[in-house]
Design a protein around this ligand. Structure first.
Ligand code: HEC
Length: 203
């Protein structure tokens, strides 16, 4: 049974990749299909299927918005970034390591009280001592050091973590602050993980 489901998933995945390049599927039909699959979930979950304006443009253009759309998205998302009220974007890098290295929380199989992590290692290399990492995103090894630990660079990284699309219109990186997935403290801690000279990222 598992094998059949797996085969179906692969078929679906490759089918959607084909659909992306061929654009033969009516997007409205896909939307209706997805929504029908979410009919028995809570209203809060149902709301998650609705795309905001940025996501809708990224979907419609297959993540290749025009230069004008790109600028418009970045301007809108940038304006919505909320920096910490105390003006400090750096927290505790040791707590940030936990944020970076934890992929639990917020999934349908997780209890609501489950600790939510940023799962940064799923897409980025960070501390060179960590052997397991994904490569969807660029390596962040030595990130703070390479930027001379400049406070304005740390602030830019905080903004990126808060809302990746405030920098790159159709980024594949999750919008951690925008979607209230990570707390302000967690975003400060993971910024420190990137920018503290004592963090293993910079060793
Ligand atoms: C699902 C994959 C994914 C996850 C998870 C992810 N990122 Fe990213 N990230 C990316 C991609 C892709 C890029 C490059 C494209 C872009 O800039 O959006 C990126 C870019 C970045 C950049 C900018 C790099 C540069 O070139 O200056 C920073 C900083 C960053 N990520 C930090 C983080 C942190 C911290 C976390 C965890 C809280 C995280 N990312 C989680 C995919 C991801």
């Amino acid at each position: 049974m598992k094998k059949i489901i797996l085969a179906a998933c692969i078929a679906l995945a490759s089918g959607s990749a084909f659909a992306q390049s061929a654009s033969k599927v009516d997007p409205a039909l896909v939307d209706r299909y997805v929504q029908s699959m979410w009919s028995k979930v809570s209203d809060e979950w149902k709301a998650r299927v609705k795309q905001d304006e940025t996501q809708a443009i990224c979907s419609a253009t297959l993540n290749a918005p025009s230069a004008a759309e790109f600028e418009k998205i970045v301007a809108r998302e940038k304006a919505a970034v909320v920096f910490p009220a105390d003006g400090k974007v750096m927290g505790d890098w040791k707590a940030g390591l936990k944020v970076a290295n934890t992929g639990t929380g917020g999934q349908f199989s997780d209890k609501p009280e489950t600790y939510k992590g940023g799962n940064c290692y799923a897409c980025h290399q960070m501390a060179p001592s960590e052997l397991s990492f994904g490569t969807l995103g660029p390596s962040l090894t030595g990130y703070g050091k390479a930027r001379k630990f400049a406070p304005e660079e740390a602030k830019a990284a905080y903004a990126k973590i808060y809302n990746a699309q405030a920098v790159m219109a159709c980024s594949q990186m999750p919008r951690f602050g925008h979607n209230k997935f990570l707390t302000e403290q967690q975003m400060k801690d993971v910024t420190a993980f990137l920018f503290d000279p004592e963090s293993p990222v910079n060793k």
